[in-house]
Design a protein around this ligand. Structure first.
Ligand code: ADP
Ligand code: ZN
Ligand code: ZN
Length: 745
């Protein structure tokens, strides 16, 4: 430690984190009230010209600043920390691991309504006698009988509010006099803090008798007791993972312990919630992005007070305070929405494991298509691998065929063979699902006379044609223009669309199969929740229909009457520039395929591709997901890519490409200065313009670091980030660090 010299202040200071991109925490003097402040407590402070809310991180007995530079904490907002001790430590760990400023991490974990100086609870003051005082002090009261009788009164009672004292006929000045003489003291206590939820006596009267695989999984999880253990529940769609979750939850709810369940963003449907509500007679909170700030505060507070036994939420619910946690579940753990893609770029799945460790509770990661990261953790015995390979309730597996479309004439993207099958399944009174991962009408608008193609001015991207309303839209920045009827370059009127989106397919199917309803599910058609509910109702009615849609269909929904699932175009995923492209594609295809078939109606899956001989596709027809994942893992090991190495992506964004590249070159120089002398095994790749060089009018560049182990990456980043504080960013330039990046476009 360097000495602070003579100018430093010697005395108690609190270190306060503020919500700002600065990685520093700031010293403040204790508040005038002199009260002690626990770490994790919200305080109000003067910061620059503003009054803001910060969090006390720790205290120290000296500061590098002189006393006249130090300001006091203005008010202590709550009499207790916002986050329980373990959660607070966890949040600090998160800030460190993701190299994100602690103030912003704490802010992320705090409901918007508490980012202002609003108190957690309404508080009341109660009065008590101080622990001990000597007789001389009491004797001194002989001449003040009123004060003496108040002492006697307080000696007989506990938690007496000021109002009760006033009601007894004492005045405020008598109270203050005794306080001043240090004979009585005042505490703040909480009003109406709710009671913890009562342990469930018979938590699951509706539990199903488990099949053998489920029983084995439940037994294994139970054998770990209530301590931290991580389980990978690897079970095909419909294998009854949710039943396993619920039986383990029942164990915890019986003991009055809380269960936290994280689901993908669009997996949190009313159906998901009602499944848990119907099973458990237990108060439950949901936390998701569609809530108002007040609703969110309410749900968060109930969880924090222990008033609910079950918390179901999306990504950010991983930060929910739980006074009595018993279990953490991540459903569909492979899902990309668990990774936050901007600001504080955490992975809720990875954090669940860390939080489980900190709270010492079991963690269950469930998926039909586990991520390669989790599979490797299972192979390395860090996670216990539990397999459910059969569908519960006896549904049979489906048969997969790949249709080679290379030399076929396609009707709106559909081959003769597929059209025939659609007809067949509909005639047999079944439902059909067509998956096409492109919303809009058509992905390309071009001119037949010249080379013009509709492109976004703000992004390196083509504009998608939309039918309702007629327009061309950018799916990256959201910009929309009228659909032109003449080429802006040569003025010819021969504009044509190519490629197929959900809207074009919907139009074609509605004409061709006019006897059946066609239900399109994508981001555009489901904007209204009411409309979406109507669609889901129609599907659940079981009447024959054609269901067509994007990624949204691949997640969480159970459509038991679907017997044919078709992947209209598997090619876009085959040649992705992202090293995770194949993993994502296979996961999506397997998830979509999993929607087909049930006990009495075996399912069929059709995959159309112009590259039918591609290894990834032939594997799909011949192998299980587990086998395909293993071959992908082998490839990753060969290439030393995650999960066999650790990546960190530094992104720069600015109004000119050159500025972003220059910035990353400087970052690179700092990196080399750290890497060379320590001979650390960090590889540097770049800087290079990002694959999507321009997005929403901003230019983007990438610099990638690769390390063998998490700890060497952490060590390096800690030093790097410290150095980066020296860089003064010129206006409009932004620098961000993404530890364990998911999307690298
Ligand atoms: P997953 O979550 O693995 O996709 P679910 O838990 O949703 O699977 O189960 C699929 C279906 O099988 C549900 O309708 C569920 O009620 C049923 N199911 C699950 N376990 C059993 C069981 N042990 N016996 C009978 N039906 C079961
Ligand atoms: Zn033209
Ligand atoms: Zn755009």
């Amino acid at each position: 430690m360097s000495s602070f010299g003579d100018k430093g202040y010697k005395g108690l200071v609190y270190k306060v984190a503020v919500p700002s991109p600065l990685r520093r925490i700031f010293d403040y003097l204790p508040p005038a009230s002199g009260e002690k402040i626990e770490p994790g407590t919200r305080v109000q402070i003067n910061f620059g010209q503003r009054k803001i809310v910060g969090f006390v991180i720790s205290q120290a007995d000296q500061s590098g600043l002189s006393k006249n530079k130090l300001k006091p904490i203005l008010t202590v907002i709550d009499s207790e920390p916002t986050f329980p001790d373990k959660l607070f430590r966890f949040l600090q760990w998160c800030a460190h691991y993701y190299q994100h400023p602690i103030g912003e991490v704490l802010n992320t974990a705090t409901p918007v309504k508490l980012r202002s100086a609003r108190a957690l609870y309404q508080e009341v003051s109660t009065y008590h006698l101080v622990g001990s005082f000597d007789d001389s002090q009491l004797q001194a009261l002989d001449r003040a009988p009123k004060q003496k009788t108040l002492i006697d009164f307080l000696a007989r009672r506990k938690n007496v509010s000021k109002q009760e004292i006033l009601d007894q006929g004492y005045s405020t000045s008598i109270i203050n006099t005794l306080k001043h003489k240090a004979l009585i003291e005042c505490f703040q206590t909480h009003a109406d803090k709710p009671e913890p939820f009562p342990p469930l006596i018979d938590p699951s009267p509706k539990a199903l008798p488990l099949n053998q695989e489920q029983q084995l999984a439940v037994d294994k999880i139970r054998s770990g007791g209530n301590a931290f253990n991580c389980f990978l529940l690897d079970g095909v769609t419909g294998s009854g993972k949710t039943e396993v979750y619920m039986q383990i939850m029942a164990d915890q709810l019986r003991e009055g312990r809380q269960c936290l369940i994280l689901v993908p963003e669009i997996g949190l449907t009313p159906q998901t919630v009602s499944r848990f509500q119907q099973r458990f007679n237990c108060p439950l909170s949901t936390l998701h992005s569609g809530m108002t700030d007040n609703e969110r505060l309410g749900a968060w507070s109930q969880a924090r007070d222990g008033a609910v036994g079950i918390v179901i939420g999306t990504r950010s619910a991983i930060f929910t305070p739980l006074p009595n946690p018993g279990l953490i579940i991540i459903d569909e753990e492979h899902d990309g929405s668990f990774k936050q893609q901007d600001g504080f770029r955490y992975s809720a799945r990875d954090l669940a494991v860390m939080r489980g460790r900190e709270e010492n509770v079991p963690v269950i990661l469930g998926s039909a298509t586990p991520s390669l990261e989790s599979l490797l953790n299972a192979q390395a015995n860090k996670f216990t691998h539990l397999s459910l390979v059969h569908r519960a309730g006896g549904a049979s597996d489906s048969i997969t065929t790949v249709v080679d479309t290379a030399n076929e004439y396609l009707e709106s993207g559909l081959s003769e063979q597929l059209l025939f099958k659609i007809d067949q399944h509909l005639s047999a009174n079944n439902q059909v699902l067509l998956f096409i991962n492109r919303r809009g009408y058509a992905p390309v608008l071009s001119c037949s006379q010249c080379s013009w193609i509709a492109e976004c001015d703000e992004c390196v991207s083509q504009l998608t044609v939309h039918a309702q309303p007629p327009s061309i839209r950018c799916h990256h920045c959201g910009v929309a223009h009228h659909l032109p009827n003449h080429c802006p370059q040569c003025n010819s009127a021969t504009l044509k669309t190519s490629g197929i989106g959900t809207q074009k397919l919907e139009k074609y199917l509605a004409e061709r199969f006019s006897d059946y309803p066609v239900i399109r599910i994508d981001r555009d058609s489901t904007r209204s929740k009411r409309k979406f509910d109507v669609m889901l109702e129609q599907i659940h009615s079981g009447e024959p229909c054609i269901l067509l849609g994007t990624q949204m269909l691949a997640k969480g929904h159970h459509f038991p009457n679907i017997t044919l699932v078709a992947i209209v175009d598997a090619d876009s995923g085959l040649f992705s520039p992202d090293f995770r492209g194949q993993e994502f594609m296979i996961q999506t295809l397997v998830q979509v395929s999993g929607r087909a078939g049930r006990a009495d109606r075996p399912g069929e899956v059709v995959i159309q591709s112009r590259h039918a001989a591609h290894k990834a596709l032939t594997q799909l027809t011949q192998s299980t997901y587990r086998e395909i994942a293993q071959s992908l893992l082998d490839e990753r090991r060969e290439a030393a890519m995650p999960p066999f190495s650790q990546l960190t992506l530094v992104r720069a964004e600015g109004s000119q490409l050159r500025h972003t590249m220059d910035l990353l070159k400087r970052v690179n120089e700092y990196a080399i200065e750290i890497i060379q002398p320590s001979q650390s095994q960090i590889q540097v790749l770049g800087p290079v313009p990002a694959p999507m060089e321009k997005k929403a009018g901003r230019f983007r560049s990438h610099l990638l670091f690769k390390a063998e182990t998490k700890s060497s990456m952490q060590q390096f980043l800690t030093q790097l980030v410290y150095q980066l504080e020296n860089i003064k960013l010129s206006r409009g330039l932004r620098l961000s660090i993404d530890v364990d990046p998911m999307e690298m476009i």
